[in-house]
Design a protein around this ligand. Structure first.
Ligand SMILES: [Fe+2]
Ligand SMILES: [Fe+2]
Length: 304
């Protein structure tokens, strides 16, 4: 008879060390057979090198996410990135995080990471894990993914179970005999629940059973690190928006960026307040630590 196995899949830590440490403790308490850190270890948050150190110290395998790749592209001034970004104050947070990761010597390790990995165990269906989908690291499994896209993915990659991340929202979806799962995010969940999220897969009786886990962590420490690291002071509006995303557990920066591009608006603080008034995006935090950070940020005031 085959033994039961378990595999932890966590992703989107985004340089939020206290969230990672809490998830790591929760994972270690369950002693899974394998742990996969499925991309976006870095960028957005202030502690990218510390997160990479903490993953490396545990010997856990990593996959490449779009943010890990973005920092590599930034450091080598890759021509695939718009040339205007390098001098745009809005991208100072990316420059700051890229410099940290580069100075700590993590570039070659990140550059060597695979895009996908398989989980192959006796008497269990094979699982394919990628940061987004196996065909692109920014194609996350989520509500917006069309039936046609899922159909194409499982046709190209006929695994019974496919696991992705990237959207920062946990998801389970059946597609024929396929099971499509999203691990959610450790560092910056976007569903309004501030707890760190990850996925534990349990192989039992010839099938995989997903368990979506949520772990409370020291939110005040995570939010304070944005200031004490120098990140908030040195990287400007985008660092403040990333801190606010952690505070409210919602996506803010990318919607603002897309709105500014569509409406030909600058990406500065006054435009941020126009965006908030127009789109009505809430900055209500789910806990006291988040509310205090939003209050201190000035991003929720209406006098911009
Ligand atoms: Fe992410
Ligand atoms: Fe991502």
């Amino acid at each position: 008879m085959s033994r039961d196995v378990s595999v932890a899949i966590l992703a989107d830590v985004h340089g939020i060390l206290p969230a990672f440490e809490a998830v790591a403790a929760d994972v270690e308490a369950q002693a899974p057979d394998r742990v996969i850190v499925s991309g976006d270890m870095v960028n957005r948050g202030p502690q990218s090198p510390e997160v990479l150190d903490a993953i490396h110290a545990r010997g856990w395998e990593m996959l490449l996410g779009n943010h890990d790749d973005l920092l590599l592209m930034w450091t080598r001034r890759d021509p695939a990135l718009p040339a205007g970004w390098f001098d745009d104050p809005f991208w100072a947070s990316t420059a700051w995080c890229a410099a940290q990761v580069d100075a700590a010597g993590w570039g070659p390790t990140l550059a060597g990471l695979p895009m996908t990995t398989r989980i192959v165990e006796d008497d269990l269906p094979a699982v394919l894990v990628a940061h987004g989908s196996p065909r692109h690291y920014r194609e996350g499994y989520g509500r917006h993914l069309s039936d046609a896209a899922i159909s194409e993915i499982v046709e190209m990659h006929p695994y019974e179970v496919l696991v992705g991340s990237h959207t920062h929202i946990q998801m389970e979806r059946r597609w024929g005999h396929h099971l499509v799962l999203n691990s959610g995010a450790v560092g910056t969940p976007f569903d309004g629940d501030a707890r760190a999220q990850y996925l534990m897969l349990h192989g039992e009786g010839g099938r995989w059973r997903p368990e979506f886990r949520r772990v409370a962590y020291d939110r005040a420490a995570a939010l304070e690190a944005f200031a004490t690291s120098g990140y908030l002071g040195e990287a400007g509006l985008s660092a403040r928006l990333y801190q606010a995303e952690v505070a409210v557990a919602r996506s803010l920066l990318v919607p603002f960026q897309m709105w500014s591009e569509t409406h030909d608006e600058p990406r500065d603080e006054a435009a941020w307040h126009r965006f908030r008034r127009t789109v009505g995006r809430s900055l209500r935090a789910p806990d006291e630590a988040g509310a205090a950070a939003v209050e201190a940020s000035g991003l929720a005031t209406d006098d911009g």
